[in-house]
Design a protein around this ligand. Sequence first.
Ligand code: CA2
Length: 170
Amino acid sequence: MAVLSRGDDPPELSRGDGPQEPTPPVTTVLVLNGPNLGRLGSREPEIYGSATLADIEADCTAVGATLGLTVDVRQTDDEAELIGWIHEAADRRLPVVLNPAAFTHYSYALRDALAMRTAPLVEVHLSNPAARETFRHTSVVSAVADGTIAGFGPRSYELALRAVAGLLDR
Ligand code: CA2
């Protein structure tokens, strides 16, 4: 323990030195994206907007920093690779923001993997699937997620990260 004499400069405050608020730990969040989302910005901008996945990654990184979250954005067209990342999240107890893309509507394998989760899970969509074709009205993922954010374009991801931050018990 430091001993202070009158006139000494006060020591740098560090954790455990006083009644300060503890700094929450930085938490890694996986932001996972399913098939075709790597092509964002190239086609169907009227549905998905003009932002690329790289733009969304930059937004997520910036918003995550304000929330004390380190964001790891990934995309795959491969169901097995996506399920491998879900297993990794479960093993590492990492929260997940997931845009399952078309897997949303039919992948029971993905749903079963997500059911093993050990941390918050927020499903996210750029468009509002409920306002589109009938086959998009079913999500096999929603029932195993904490919640779903859909229809706000790239902002859906920001809202999902805020939801994850709110769900974390830190
Ligand atoms: O709105 C979403 O985020 C979706 O998850 C996007 C999926 C769709 O199957 C879901 O119903 C809703 C499709 C992603 C396709 O991405 C494209 C990217 C560029 C050009 C065309 C499609």
